[in-house]
Write a protein that binds this ligand. Sequence first.
Ligand code: FPP
Length: 241
Amino acid sequence: MVLTDHSLDSDRIPEHVACVMDGNGRWAQIRGLKRTDGHTAGEEALLDVVEGAVDLGVDWLTVYAFSTENWRRPIDEVQFLMRFNESILVRRRDELNEMGVRIRFIGRQDWRVPKRLKRQMDEAVNLTANNTTLTLTIAFNYGSRAELVDACRKLVASGVKESDITEERIAAELYDPEMPDVDLWVRTSGEYRISNYLIWQSAYAELVFLDTYWPDMRRDHLFAAVKEYQLRNRRFGGLSS
Ligand code: FPP
């Protein structure tokens, strides 16, 4: 592990960090720009945070790129986000691959996701499948309630007996059963909401809310969030040791 910020405790780096990349639209609006310019500016933030996570030795980083509710946005913005996500994957996958990043997706398979984008998602996943430095999971057309509905449907379809339904069985039917629970859950932009993001996986996550709009987010903000995380006393419902 390469720990660049020496004020952090290298023994207490969160294994799984989840980010809600919020505030792109407001970042653009206060600059008199189009909302979509805010998304464009968010790309650099994302790459810097990925590099910061790698430096810290975080194993899993999950980012919210498009929610099941984002379809309600104006059609122009939805179309922009579809093309933008595709373009990031095409332009950045080799760089991410060289960094040892394994790309995965969670979200609902949906006819509304363009086939071209789906193809690029599959290519990025296949290209990076054997990487081990960091798993970057992109939550796309994702919502926790939809994930739980889909998990329940799979359980019922498998003919599981009522008495065999356990937390482990449900967790095994989530979009990525290998994904560990979230340790540190971060939202930018000064909003204090969960927004249907990784609700099952974040049952005992430490929540950190940053005032920074996502396009201004850099690895130092991630380090500050980890610092805050390290000050917390995690008890998982028990008592302090
Ligand atoms: C929320 O800001 C942000 C989004 C809906 C999209 C963020 C997407 C990216 C930065 C690209 C990620 C791409 C990949 C491939 C990982 P908002 O529009 O809700 O901002 P607002 O709350 O200020 O309106």
